[in-house]
Design a protein around this ligand. Structure first.
Ligand code: HEM
Length: 310
């Protein structure tokens, strides 16, 4: 049996893990977003596959790195990011905004989820320019939106299966169809809404993807930006490289080959599995049920008061 001292120490550790995660990734507990009108299911709803998958904060956060790298394999996406993104000044800010988007659009009340999508679309309307190879780009190009959108549920679904439980084909189709609603609201036209459509879409996009000097610059930043500034520099760098290789282990082999993450050193390779397992188990233990899930469930389950008839 645990002593009171042990319980206090475990609770302190749990709080520390939650606080560290939230410093980097945000709190995602705003009642204005996740609470709201009683009975409001939001854009997707409580009995969805999306609510099960996105409630697993460990899987969603572990999917993040592979998602971003896949997205920026499109030369127009990386051009937009290099020209206009604040990722160098505020890498955690960008990660927080993206995680916030994924959670708010799935669990937020209908008005908050819609407003989140509209706000991001507005930001995207200013993201236009010319790539170094002379090709013009705009973030609201429906094909680019479809690509960036698709990488999100694709990698979350894959990470969830690797770290939580296998999904049936029907569940995967339902999940992609649920998330496609958000992709279309974000400005895409055709968004894969089943596994078959996902495979076709990825196959059609692959010839358009590649690694440019701008992609390389982004990947170098990923590998070298300070990770845990409290650690000595050499340990920080080693841990950082391990974290990036570990995150990329969720990406398909062709993407790892394209980006040079297919040949980790023997030591890194042997540490990837334990690193990911420890990370997932720690987060699941620390968060149990994230606040955004509780708030959204309470909102959706609440009964609307009937309007009194005079
Ligand atoms: C459905 C697809 C997309 C999603 C879900 C998405 C998501 C986001 C989010 C959440 C933000 C942050 C907004 C904020 O500051 O609160 C953002 C900003 C931005 N997005 Fe997108 N994005 C998508 C497509 C694209 C595409 C196709 C491009 C480039 C061609 C792009 C380039 C940018 C840039 C440059 C910013 C500016 C802000 C910054 O990083 O500081 N996005 N996007």
């Amino acid at each position: 049996m645990n002593t009171a001292h042990e319980e206090d120490a475990m609770e302190a550790l749990r709080r520390r893990i939650v606080a560290d995660f939230e410093t980097a990734n945000g709190r995602h507990d705003d009642p204005q977003i996740y609470g709201g009108p009683p009975g409001d299911p939001g854009l997707i709803g409580p009995n969805s596959v999306s609510w099960e998958l996105h409630a697993d904060l460990a899987a969603v956060s572990q999917a993040g790195l592979a998602t971003i790298v896949l997205e920026i394999l499109h030369p127009s996406v990386i051009a937009g990011v290099q020209d206009m993104s604040s990722y160098r000044q505020d890498p955690f800010g960008r990660a927080r905004a993206t995680l916030g988007y994924v959670l708010a659009t799935t669990f937020g009340n209908t008005a908050a989820a819609t407003a989140t999508i509209e706000r991001v679309k507005h930001i995207h309307s200013f993201v236009t320019g010319v790539r170094p190879d002379g090709v013009g780009y705009r973030a609201l190009d429906p094909e680019l939106i479809a690509w960036v959108h698709t990488c999100i549920p694709w990698m979350i679904m894959h990470t969830f299966e690797r770290t939580n439980r296998p999904l049936t084909e029907r569940e995967k189709d339902r999940y992609l169809a649920e998330q496609a609603v958000i992709g279309r609201m974000g400005g895409a036209e055709h968004v894969p809404a089943s596994v078959a459509e996902l495979n076709d879409f990825v196959a059609a996009m692959r010839p358009k993807l590649g690694v440019t000097a701008q992609t390389r610059e982004f990947i170098d930043f990923l590998l070298t930006a300070p990770f845990l500034p409290t650690l000595p520099a050499a340990a920080d760098r080693a841990l950082h490289v391990l974290a990036v290789y570990a995150g990329m282990s969720y990406a398909p082999r062709w993407a790892r080959e394209l980006t040079g993450f297919d040949r980790p050193s023997v030591m890194t390779r042997s540490l990837i599995g334990p690193f990911l397992r420890l990370n997932v188990q720690t987060l699941r233990w620390a968060f149990d049920k994230p606040a955004y899930v509780d708030l959204a469930r309470q909102r959706a389950a609440a009964i609307c008061e009937p309007v009194a008839v005079p």
